[in-house]
Design a protein around this ligand. Structure first.
Ligand SMILES: C[S@@+](CC[C@H](N)C(=O)[O-])C[C@H]1O[C@@H](n2cnc3c(N)ncnc32)[C@H](O)[C@@H]1O
Length: 213
């Protein structure tokens, strides 16, 4: 594995020195503008419980709290480095009982069925295992009518996806059509796709139906 590949594999699971550098970088740069774009398009509920999956450095937990008057926000990430950074960045809100950060994988979310009014996944679904099963696990923890938001910096149509997929093992940059098909297979409905064509940003929202089989 080349040095660049070694460094960028920390976007998939931050670990050690380069992982700590990566989560610090994730909290600023291009992620900030894109996260705000996606969160504003989706809208954030004023109250209830919100889950941010693959929360990285925790900046989006803070953005969710900024956009919601009363919601309680939970972040999960399977990287210890990400969990530590998210807890540090949101220490005040954690102290006030408004935010919680847990180490967990999307494959097995440590929550009861129907816990969250909204789940967000920013710059992370590229790395999720068995994508339909992962999406079904997100659906399980949403309330009926709850919203799932996916925001990706690359819409799979930029021509750069090959470069990133070769550099980061296990990464897949989904196209809007692929996400639509996988979300439908996982039982979501009302799937809406927004793209910022010039930047190739992608924002997809989907709803857990009120009645599921
Ligand atoms: C590129 S970072 C994005 C972080 C943050 N959401 C943001 O937009 O800045 C991807 C994050 O997703 C996490 N992640 C990847 N696969 C995951 C999985 N299966 N379960 C939980 N977290 C995961 C990684 O550990 C990493 O912190």
């Amino acid at each position: 594995m080349g040095l660049l590949s070694k460094i960028f594999s920390n976007t998939r699971k931050p670990e050690g020195f380069w992982g700590r550098m990566m989560v610090a970088g994730m909290n600023g740069g291009s992620h900030a503008a894109m996260a705000s774009w996606g969160l504003d398009l989706a809208g954030v509920p004023a109250d209830g419980e919100i889950l941010d999956i693959g929360c990285g450095g925790g900046a989006n937990l803070a953005r969710l709290m900024d956009r919601s008057l009363r919601a309680k926000v939970t972040g999960v990430d399977y990287s210890t480095v990400s969990v530590e950074k998210s807890r540090k960045v949101n220490a005040d809100a954690i102290g006030k009982g408004r935010c919680t950060v847990l180490e967990a994988s999307v494959s097995s979310l440590p929550f009861k069925d129907g816990t969250f009014v909204m789940a967000t996944a920013l710059e992370t679904v590229y790395f999720w295992p068995d994508i339909v099963k992962s999406f079904a696990e997100v659906r399980r923890v949403l309330v009926p009518g709850g919203k799932f938001l996916i925001v990706n910096e690359d819409d799979g149509l930029s021509g750069n996806n090959d470069k990133w997929e070769k550099m980061i093992e296990g990464m897949h940059t989904y196209t809007p059509d692929e996400l639509n098909a996988h979300l439908t297979a996982a039982g979501f409905k009302d799937i809406t796709v927004h793209r910022d064509g010039s930047k190739h940003w992608l924002c997809v929202t989907a709803v857990k139906p009120s009645r599921t089989n």
